[in-house]
Structures are given as structure tokens and as C-alpha cells.
Design a protein around this ligand. Structure first.
Ligand code: NAP
Length: 354
């Protein structure tokens, strides 16, 4: 059932009373950012266990992903409050964001509204109603000078996106609601509703293009699928009456360049695929990567940060120590397995044979 804008849809469809959950009924899960990469994956994975209500903004969510759907600007406090009190969720996974550091740098006012203000509104509603909140934060709260950050490390963001996520985390904590603030690493994988950056890379290779990746930016990257599985599992396992800060990163740390190499190596049929290493402005390229690049791929050292025309400062190593999350019995697959799974989904979705 496509709902939206909410008030009108409520009249159209008679959803104005979602009602109280009956005994034995599935828990009600509200997913914000459901048209995005992570939110759509969460809707997909949660469908069998929860009654899912998917919220998006400009893009519609298909009925194959969630029965209940609305398009709403989460910064509209009145509409959000009306929708929230009618649906009465028991769990909110807040994935709506301006998630591109470049976009946040370009438009900090819009970033503040969606990244901080909407989080503050949702957290207040959760605190008021006893609903649990999972807030998706980022590894970019760190300055990247040390790497292997655990939850006790001091956030020192170097760009607007990171600063706004730190402020949003503080708003969640101040609200008194319960749940999880989860700092996620760089995500990759199959886009359920639109091609992901990884899938656009595959298309560029297929068109004979060379792809560049920083060899001096390290992340504990995981797939959308692994992130969604992890978040849903943590929602079940973390004690209910607290707000827990957790990192949900991968078992390995790779540079963006190494990630592209790992991806390229799995695609035997794209024998011409090329990956170029580029450097961020802060540090020289890792020497072993330079030689690996030179031997494995057509390597040309090109594209310094300035040439890449990036607005947002990019920290060097924001790898996450995620042992605390794994203490909740969370099994994180190895990067290779996550890449294989993502490529299988890509093949299935686009009927391509590798
Ligand atoms: N992707 C990553 O590598 C990564 C890494 C670490 C953390 N994270 C965090 O994980 C979460 C999900 O990221 P993602 O990559 O899945 O994001 P995404 O694909 O960019 O999706 C963003 C979502 O936010 C929605 N949205 C934006 N402005 C809105 C507004 N004013 N009102 C309501 N909804 C609005 C968008 O809706 P419409 O498109 O319909 O307008 C879209 O569904 C975010 O909190 C992000 O910061 C992501």
C-alpha cells in the first residue's frame, strides 16, 4: 500500500488507525531512508519477522519491499509525529540521511536538517513512547590519524558530515531513548532499488573504463547485507533498557584501492578491468600497494586529491574495532564472502553472467 503524503494517504486508505499490536503480533518496525541502500536492505531482511513501515522522501518504495509505505520529509515535525503516533512502532531503524560527505560540505544547512534535526525529532518521539531507536552513524566521526578505533575513542570529525553525525549521536543520547547508536564503516554491495556505487564500477569496467581508488584511505568496509543483518541481530540481542554505542565494522581493513583490486580479481571475464591508485592529500601512497598496483593492473599514478576535486576532508584510517558488537554473538563474514554474495545478487538482478 503506497502511502504518501501521509495525511492524505491516511484518508485514502483508511490507515489512520494502525491499532495496538495484538498478542503474538509481529513487532512494528519503522524504517527511515527506506529508498536508500541500507534502508531498502533492512526492509527486505526484516519483512519476515516484523511488520515493516517504510519511509522515504523523494523516491517511492515499491510494494515488493514493504506493505506500508509513506513519503515524508522527516524534518516536518508535525507530520512525523502524527505518523509515529498512528503507527506506534516498537523499533525504529533510522537510515535517512544526507550520506555523502561531499553533499554535506556543499550544503551544510540541508545536512544539519536531515542529519541532526530529524534524528533529534525521532529520538524525542522514541523517548516519549518507549520505542527503541537504532541510529546509523559513521566511522567518519574519527579523524583517521590512528585507526582501529573502539567505542571509547574520542570522535574528532574532519568534515561536516562527521561533525553532524556526532551532533546527532549527542541528540540521541540526550533524548533518553533506548536502543543502539551504531557507527558503520563504508558500505558496498547490491542496491535493491538502484545500482550501488560498486555496481556502477562494474558497469564502468564493462564499458572499458579505468577506475581510480585512493590507496591511502583505510576502512573496515562491510556490505549493505551484512550491515542490515548485523543491525537487526543487535536489535534483538542488546539489552533493552539502555542506549548502547557500538561499532559494526568488518574483520579486515582495506584501502579503497585494495577493495577495488579485490573486486576486480573476482571478475575473471572482465579481463581488461583496470584500477588506478590515487593518493589522498595527507599521506604518500602505501608502498606495497603501489607495487601491487604496478604489477597487477595498468598502474598510473594520477589524480591527487585536488584533481579529484573533493570538497570534504577525508580521514586516512577510520578502521573500526568491532569486538564489542561481536560479543553479542554477531558473526561477521570475511570480506571475500561478502563480495561474492554481493556479486551474486548483482548477477541475479541484472541477469549477467560472469
Ligand atoms: N553508505 C555508506 O557507505 C555509509 C557508511 C556509514 C554510515 N552510513 C549511514 O547509514 C545510513 C544509510 O546510508 P545509505 O548509504 O543507505 O543512504 P542513502 O542511500 O543515501 O539513502 C538516504 C535516504 O535518506 C532519505 N532522506 C534524505 N533526506 C530525507 C528527508 N528530508 N526526509 C526523509 N528522508 C530523507 C532518502 O530518501 P529519498 O531518496 O526518497 O529522498 C534515502 O532513502 C545513513 O545514516 C548513513 O549516514 C552509510
Amino acid at each position: 500500500m503506497q502511502l504518501g503524503p501521509f495525511n492524505q494517504a491516511a484518508e485514502d486508505t483508511g490507515v489512520a488507525g494502525f491499532g495496538e499490536p495484538s498478542a503474538g503480533a509481529r513487532q512494528k518496525l519503522l524504517v527511515t531512508g527506506a529508498s536508500g541502500f541500507l534502508g531498502s536492505e533492512i526492509c527486505y531482511q526484516a519483512a519476515s519477522a516484523y511488520e515493516v513501515y517504510a519511509l522515504s522522501h523523494e523516491r517511492a518504495v515499491p510494494d515488493t519491499l514493504a506493505a506500508w509505505r509513506s513519503r515524508i520529509d522527516l524534518c516536518d515535525a508535525d507530520m512525523l509525529s502524527a505518523l509515529f503516533h498512528q503507527f506506534k512502532p516498537q523499533l525504529v531503524v533510522h537510515c535517512a540521511a544526507m550520506s555523502s560527505p561531499e553533499a554535506c560540505e556543499e550544503d551544510p544547512v540541508a545536512s544539519e536538517l536531515i542529519n541532526i534535526q530529524s534524528t533529534r525529532l525521532l529520538a524525542a518521539l522514541c523517548a516519549e513512547t518507549g520505542c527503541r531507536l537504532i541510529f546509523t552513524s559513521t566511522d567518519l566521526v574519527y579523524d583517521g590519524l590512528l585507526g582501529h578505533y573502539d567505542e571509547t575513542a574520542q570522535p574528532r570529525p574532519v568534515n561536516t558530515y562527521g561533525r553532524h553525525k556526532v551532533e546527532a549521536e549527542q541528540a540521541v543520547k540526550a533524548s533518553g531513548c533506548h536502543g543502539i547508536i551504531c557507527r558503520l564503516p563504508l558500505l558496498f554491495g547490491h542496491g535493491r532499488l538502484q545500482p550501488s556505487p560498486m555496481e556502477r564500477t562494474l558497469e564502468r569496467w564493462a564499458a572499458g573504463e579505468t577506475v581510480t581508488g585512493f590507496s591511502d584511505e583505510y576502512r573496515s568496509t562491510i556490505s549493505y547485507a551484512a550491515a542490515a543483518r548485523g543491525l537487526l541481530q543487535l536489535a534483538e540481542s542488546v539489552p533493552r533498557h539502555q542506549m548502547q554505542l557500538l561499532h559494526l565494522g568488518g574483520l579486515q581493513t582495506v584501502s579503497r584501492f585494495e577493495f577495488l583490486q579485490a573486486l576486480a580479481e573476482r571478475l575473471q571475464h572482465y579481463c581488461e578491468q583496470r584500477v588506478d591508485a590515487t593518493d589522498n592529500h595527507r599521506r604518500p601512497a602505501h608502498p606495497t600497494l603501489v607495487s601491487a598496483a604496478a604489477s597487477a593492473m595498468a598502474y598510473t599514478k594520477s589524480g591527487l586529491r585536488e584533481q579529484a576535486r573533493l570538497l570534504a576532508a577525508r580521514p586516512a584510517d577510520v578502521s573500526l574495532d568491532s569486538r564489542a558488537a561481536r560479543e553479542f554473538d554477531l558473526r561477521m563474514p570475511f570480506l571475500d564472502n561478502q563480495l561474492d554474495a554481493a556479486l551474486n545478487c548483482y548477477d541475479e538482478a541484472y541477469h549477467q553472467k560472469r
